[in-house]
Design a protein around this ligand. Sequence first.
Ligand code: SAM
Length: 208
Amino acid sequence: MATFLRPLSYRYQWLYDLISRTAALSVGGEKQFRHLALKGLTIQPEMKVLDLCCGSGQTTQFLVNYSKQVTGLDASPRSLQRAQKNVPEAEYVEAWAEDMPFEDNWFDLVHTSAAMHEMTPTQLQQILQEVERVLKPSGYFTLIDFHHPTNSVLWPGLATFLWLFETETAWQLLQTDLPALLTKIGFQQVEPILYAGGSLQVIQAQKP
Ligand SMILES: C[S@@+](CC[C@H](N)C(=O)[O-])C[C@H]1O[C@@H](n2cnc3c(N)ncnc32)[C@H](O)[C@@H]1O
């Protein structure tokens, strides 16, 4: 699965951004897309915020407007170089999300956008456990990613998008009950909200 467009979209940031901005039109545009998972949360300047799998800083650029202590983590050195250039206000760490080099109870907020669909079920489980570990008690985990559409009219569009740009892990995410997984790991108040005919899920979950 996936076509030649996937490596191209990772090689050329303008192409990745064009695709994600076009996809974000389904929820009213990129700014709206990048804020959906943060809705209703109060982020103070001194709060430690992690943009998990930050890519080239597409969401980091919005997070630095709230907090002075934003860290972006990604496994790709090329993405991190771009993120450093695009959003120099944040700090960056090259690491695997499933083995984060942070102390326990370190962050007030861990956010991840459009990244968990790249993980195998095993990776996903490890990453969510890591998120729980690095969050402070009462800290929040926020996520936005694909979801199985609830409106069948949205299926052809999503299926075409996944076929063009994604791998089987994105299809696996559609079969995954993320709220149940987060609850099993120990999160509380796991509140999923669906957008774009159910093809996007936003989750806010709190560590007890
Ligand atoms: C689709 S991009 C999302 C980028 C950005 N968060 C956004 O909203 O556009 C997924 C990112 O996850 C990173 N990634 C994939 N697997 C990872 C892993 N196991 N650990 C850390 N980063 C990973 C990739 O390098 C890539 O930058």
